[in-house]
Design a protein around this ligand. Structure first.
Ligand SMILES: Cc1cc2nc3c(=O)[nH]c(=O)nc-3n(C[C@H](O)[C@H](O)[C@H](O)COP(=O)(O)OP(=O)(O)OC[C@H]3O[C@@H](n4cnc5c(N)ncnc54)[C@H](O)[C@@H]3O)c2cc1C
Length: 668
């Protein structure tokens, strides 16, 4: 692989390439935006029997622990808990409710445990994870069960607990005052409940291939008895467990199976299923056969054949009697939409309006805090915070003396960027505490504490307060102190008298923070620090601890994403297209390197033609180029828009852009 190819590979452009399945929005405990409605089972994320049973039992325990929940078993008009779906999760919840003496009802649209009942005849069912014992009474007695035995066992446990289901499809749930109304599919019946548990699994619509012939009578997405297909030519489309299990069952029963899968290998199914497919493929004595048609797509389904197309575009026909399309199912999202429960990552007009309003707020904030037209307007009119120092001096005489702590603070309190950084630190600390409370693992605790400490101490207290206060107390007036400060924090008019903001460069490396390197004359100490950070320390740290070491433990944007964005990780867009957008960072890195070259050229020979040309290029690319009122330069596009407004305005849990640089742009 070429060097560029290896670099792109290392940057993970090739994975994760899958798109995230759309699921309803819920908290870790299954609670939703509709008060009193919880989601359990497959829809919580892990599609396994044990997790489903576990979540069902836990939901009832959580309901009982709610401070405002009181069971009123005497009230026949309103049940304590209505359970929608009589699968493993719903029945586990019902058994728990029964044991707790709650009044409850389980509505089932087709048959109790219908998903398990519809598994292929004789399918071995693995109850993973083997070491897990689900909460509640519904248990799985061995690691592998034939489907029939598992189903019988589940029914025995249900009957012994005294749980029966009511045949009804629930269309939607509505909150009306203190009760929930469950609207039945017949359009007339409504059940009233104090709490509702939605356990409808993923038995939504099967995905379609969208090819001609799909609606002919020989295409199925469920296998009942594999023996029906002995001696027949069967095509199974898909590469997940469901597809492989059908292929195994049909081949074992004497069918001749071809598996068409669009990818070149099986990455998703259980290893046992992949091994079994391999065994059947190579076993000439097996009653049936398995042929793999990997990296192919179905083009057309004909009465006695199917046309497949391979990766090179070549089409071929294979003999065919029956097709199983096992390419997944869409979660039954309409149920949630009808019930007012938002779907993750789904745009609604209200969401779009909220994002636009928040983005406008970020534009306002940035302009106000960073010397834009708003800063000037606020200053001219003496609006907040430009009169704060005078007010402080009137209240406390010491505020007028810069050498006192209050005096140093008073100078700061005239600067909008001080409040911005203070708010930033508060967000990281407060949301960091919330994150630790939500996930109190040793890793989360340590990482959040380090991130917060870096934002508060070297990136806030040091440049805003500590260094200026030392300066006002004469520490940088003579001797080493003076030489140190002259090299790192040159004199400035106004404010504290020195450019203490450059101390951001102790933590924020080039090109995240460019202003200590892109100075009008070379600042040698900063150049040395930036070189060691960017080309020695960070690469060494990455080699030792991995790529996330800087973004996840130090960087300001990482800090915001890990704390404030922690709740919103699922909103981050995924998929191959978004992976390619990640490469935008490489373009920005190239621009930063180009700027560096022009900067070095203009420093080296300021009076030569090349030096003057480089200076012109540098000025334009850094901040000068505009197309009309649209800025086309690094400062506005990268520093303000991408790294600042976009990063703060789209707290997506992604570290896709870096906000830190913009915190200090006003100092330029
Ligand atoms: C082919 C296949 C193979 C699998 N193999 C394994 C395995 O080997 N091991 C394993 O651990 N897991 C396996 N699973 C996953 C396992 O079946 C699920 O995790 C489990 O069934 C989920 O339970 P649940 O109660 O959440 O949903 P489900 O079992 O799907 O139950 C949902 C129930 O809700 C009903 N329902 C839906 N909508 C409504 C409505 N509006 N009103 C009323 N009722 C409604 C449905 O009819 C259904 O009975 C497999 C799944 C499939 C599809």
């Amino acid at each position: 692989m070429s060097l560029v190819g290896r670099y792109a590979h290392w940057l993970h452009t090739r994975w994760p390439a899958g798109t995230v399945e759309r699921l309803p929005e819920m908290q870790d405990d299954g609670s939703t935006a509709v008060a009193g409605v919880r989601i359990v089972g497959d829809l919580t994320g892990v599609p396994l029997l044990k997790f489903s049973a576990d979540s069902g039992a836990r939901a009832v325990a959580a309901i009982r622990a709610e401070p405002d929940f009181t069971a009123r078993s005497g009230d026949t008009d309103v049940v304590d808990v209505a359970i929608v779906g009589g699968g493993v999760a719903g029945i586990a919840a019902a058994i728990e409710a029964k044991g707790a003496g709650l009044s409850f009802v389980v509505f089932e649209a087709s048959e109790t445990f219908s998903t398990v009942a519809n598994f292929p005849k004789g399918k071995p069912i693995y109850t993973y994870p083997t070491g897990m014992t689900p909460a509640g009474k519904l248990q799985f007695r061995s690691e592998v069960h034939p489907k029939e035995q598992l189903l019988a066992d589940l029914h025995t446990q249900r009957r012994e607990a005294g749980v029966e289901t009511v045949a009804a499809r629930i269309e939607r749930i509505e909150r009306r005052g203190p009760v929930l109304l469950l609207h039945h599919g017949d359009g007339r019946t409504v059940t009233r409940a104090r709490r509702a548990i939605v356990a409808i699994g993923r038995s939504g619509n099967h995905r379609r291939l969208g090819v001609p012939g799909e609606d002919s009578g020989k295409v199925f997405n469920r296998l009942h008895d594999p023996k029906d297909f002995a001696g027949q030519d069967v095509l199974v489309v898909g590469g997940g467990d469901s597809a492989l299990e059908i292929a195994i069952a049909v081949a074992a029963a004497g069918g001749h199976v071809t598996i068409s899968y669009r990818k070149p290998d099986f990455a998703r199914p259980k290893p046992e299923n992949v091994e079994m497919i391999e065994r059947l493929r190579l076993d000439a004595s097996a009653p049936g056969s398995v042929t793999l048609a990997l990296a192919t797509q179905v083009v057309r389904i004909e009465p006695k054949a199917v046309i497949l197309r391979d990766g090179k575009g070549t089409e071929s026909a294979i003999a065919n009697d029956v097709v199983f399309t096992m390419i997944g199912r869409e979660a039954p999202l309409d149920f949630f939409r009808r019930s007012g429960i938002p779907i993750r990552g789904e745009w609604t007009p209200a969401r779009a309006a909220a994002l636009a309003a928040f983005f406008l707020f970020c534009v306002f904030l940035y302009n106000w805090k960073s010397g834009g037209a708003l800063t000037q307007a606020f200053e001219r009119r003496g609006l907040f915070p430009f009169r704060v120092p005078e007010a402080l001096a009137r209240a406390r005489a010491s505020a007028a003396r810069p050498a006192t702590a209050l005096g140093t603070l008073a100078i700061l309190m005239r600067e909008p960027s001080f409040y911005y950084s203070l708010a930033y630190c508060l967000c990281v600390v407060l949301f960091g505490i919330r994150r630790i409370r939500r996930r109190p693992t040793p890793y989360v605790r340590r990482q959040t504490a380090v991130l917060a400490a870096v934002q508060v101490i070297p990136l806030f207290l040091l440049p805003y307060f500590l260094l200026p206060w030392l300066g006002h107390n004469g520490v940088f007036d003579s001797g080493f102190g003076r030489s140190f400060a002259d090299h790192l924090f040159p004199a400035a008019s106004g404010g504290h008298g020195r450019e203490y903001w450059r101390a951001f460069g102790f933590v924020l490396a080039w090109p995240l923070f460019v202003w200590n390197v892109f100075s009008s004359r070379p600042m040698w100490w900063w150049l040395a620090i930036a070189f060691v950070q960017t080309f020695v320390l960070i690469p060494l740290a990455i080699r030792r601890w991995g790529k996330g070491v800087y973004c996840g433990w130090i960087c300001s944007c990482g800090a915001l994403a890990e704390t404030m964005g922690d709740d919103h990780r699922q909103k981050m867009p995924h998929g191959p297209a978004w992976n390619r957008v990640n490469m935008l960072g490489q373009g920005i890195l190239a621009a930063a390197f180009f700027l560096l070259l022009t900067r070095i050229a203009s420093w080296s020979a300021p009076d030569s033609r090349i030096g003057r040309g480089a200076q012109k290029l540098y000025d334009g690319l850094l901040s000068g180029w505009h197309a009309g009122i649209v800025p086309l330069n690094y400062y506005h596009l990268v520093d303000i828009f991408l790294a600042g407004m976009w990063a703060s305005g789209s707290i997506s849990g992604s570290r896709g852009a870096c906000g830190a640089a913009s915190r200090v742009r006003s100092r330029l």
